[in-house]
Design a protein around this ligand. Sequence first.
Ligand code: DOR
Ligand code: ZN
Length: 350
Amino acid sequence: MEPITIRQPDDWHLHLRDDAVMTAVLPWTARTFARAIVMPNLRTPVTTVEQARSYRARILGALPADMRFEPLMTLYLTGATSAEEIVRARESGFVHGVKLYPARATTNSQFGVRSIADCTAALETMQRADLPLLVHGEVARPDADVFDRERIFLDEVLIPLRRDFPALRVVLEHITTREAVEYVREAPGRIAATITAHHLAYNRNAMFVGADGSAGMRPHYYCLPVLKREDHRRALVAAAVSGNPRFFLGTDSAPHPRRDKESACGCAGCFTAPFALPLYATVFEQAGALDRLEAFSSEFGPDFYGLPRNPGTVRLVRGTPDEIPPVMAGDQEFSALGRDVCRWRMTTAV
Ligand code: DOR
Ligand code: ZN
């Protein structure tokens, strides 16, 4: 099998965290991706342009001297986000989107949006300034089954929101269901969706299987939106390989310390950055669509965000990726997911 050379990709949805954790995980993204949309859900969320400016400087400061990487910053939308802050974000040149977390939907979302009505001024200004809204598409109502939360969100929140702001550019992040695929494919206006490597590679059984194929519970496969049934996974693969520019790469790589994942109340998030591109390549090959990998990974994202495509290239060769050294921040370890199923590896040295 010939090596694959593709235009260098970007990650249109990434959690880098902060401080020592960021220093530990950032090189695993930067060795593959030229740029990433950096999520603002830090413990103190990034709600202002000044906070985003300072977070961006910390990211660049944590980057090893021999690596290049451009963080594309986002703001965390709250009921208090003002129209003025949106204007400042648009004018900053480094804020590329505003993230909607429904309150309590996921990690560090407690400061998120309780009612869309609280965000009218911000959304109107985003629509006018053409600053994209990035959406965590799940309702957080306790009576809504965790496997149905994305589907319910489409009907109860996203469709009405887009009716009210028809010119707003929207990215529905990390889609996990056939219903989301169908919605993004058919909906009017400017909408796209990111798809993670883990939602393409695994269905929900992956969370409930032991090493020998029998019983077990594997918290490293727990993320939000949670992995879904096989028919949903297949719909995601079909969308990713379809060549439709509304679907593009976003890993949602979300590191949590191993001890927080493997606890009585494990954190949501899959740390996939070290193996993300090999995982996507494996899925595309299994779907007979390796020739579509480049557009999904490296073209549709920048086109949607109105940014240039990267000039460089990356290479993948057949084979299982090398095991990576432990990813450590102090005494905390971060376990990366996906190596075992990869059939491709980066040629970049670890
Ligand atoms: O699984 C997830 N982890 N989903 C999210 O939406 C957030 C993320 C995180 O920050 O850990
Ligand atoms: Zn995320």
